[in-house]
Design a protein around this ligand. Structure first.
Ligand code: ZN
Length: 133
């Protein structure tokens, strides 16, 4: 069984969205982090055992700005926590799933991450993430 580690939400302005989500969730943003490899600024909120990750593009034409252009702000991805990301990628590849990246890469929050292709997951962008030591 894979736990939902976090839910990613694409926003136009993280500065405007942080106070909104702080009020909504009745908690403080505990971390902001720039992820250079993804061209995103992120902000995290702990909500029970799950986190909410806000994502704002830091470049024009980046994945998050393209997403917002196409679909507007909103839910971007669901991240599942895995113990062994390489083994889990193998398992899912053998089951016929496709990945957007061939190898896990460094993500926010000290994680190794990879994304499944939404065309094989009912249109939902699914991230696998593993804590790095
Ligand atoms: Zn994520």
């Amino acid at each position: 069984m894979l736990n939902i580690e976090h839910i990613g939400i694409a926003v136009k302005s993280i500065e405007k969205s942080i106070p909104l989500f702080e009020t909504l969730l009745n908690t403080s943003c505990y971390k902001k982090e720039m992820v250079a490899s993804e061209n995103v600024q992120t902000a995290f909120f702990q909500q029970g055992e799950t986190k909410i990750e806000l994502l704002e593009s830091t470049v024009e034409g980046g994945v998050i700005s393209k997403f917002i252009e196409k679909k507007g702000e909103g839910m971007h991805h669901i991240a599942l926590a895995v113990e062994d990301i390489h083994a889990e990628m193998e398992r899912l590849k053998e089951a016929g799933f496709e990945f957007l990246n061939a190898e896990p890469k460094a993500g926010a929050d000290n994680k190794l991450i990879c994304f499944l292709h939404p065309k094989c997951t009912n249109g939902v962008l699914v991230e696998l993430c593993m804590e790095r030591d």
